[in-house]
Design a protein. Structure first.
Length: 173
């Protein structure tokens, strides 16, 4: 019975995420307390965000951030507010259709930590590939990330984002 219930709960959560956008539980305004459910939720939202990022879907990317997001980048400095972050993204990395970046997580590096009465912390490592029209994709860099996800009004959104320790990517492994 436990297996069936757990499986049904997992399927229901996935459907809720897919159908309800960032809403994780339409019947409750409390963040998940079970670390397994919390991890599945955050990693799923993270994957949806990076799908939008890799497609340069700036409008979709914007839905994952709070209005007052703060983005800290060791090379680019601090960017504040969702509007500013999206404008910089649209003009910068998504401004040239002949040049794009693709991000991939480093397998096994992502960790989720509960943040009581607030949300969750996601940290890990990722690699970036340069995509240029007419050329093969090439591995470009590797970095660490920390995302503070806030659970408010029954939605998960990134509130603080840190991207740091950028360097060459010797491999994607």
């Amino acid at each position: 019975m436990k297996y069936t219930f757990a499986r049904s709960r997992s399927m229901a959560m996935t459907m809720s995420l897919l159908l309800g956008g960032l809403i994780t539980n339409a019947q409750s305004n409390e963040q998940p307390t079970d670390i397994k459910v919390l991890t599945e939720t955050i990693l799923h939202l993270d994957s949806l965000f990076w799908q939008a990022y890799n497609a340069c879907d700036v409008d979709k990317m914007a839905t994952f951030f709070t209005d007052d997001v703060e983005f800290y980048h060791d090379k680019g400095g601090l960017t504040t507010t969702r509007a500013t972050l999206m404008a910089v993204t649209q003009k910068g990395m998504c401004g040239n259709s002949n040049f794009r970046l693709r991000r991939e997580p480093v397998k096994g590096s992502a960790k989720v930590f509960a943040m009581n009465n607030y949300g969750a912390i996601l940290s890990g490592e990722h690699v970036f590939y340069i995509l240029e029209k007419g050329k093969a994709d090439r591995l470009d860099g590797r970095a660490r990330f920390t995302h503070i996800w806030r659970f408010k009004d029954n939605e998960w959104k990134m509130h603080r984002v840190l991207s740091y320790d950028h360097g060459p990517a010797l491999s994607a492994k």
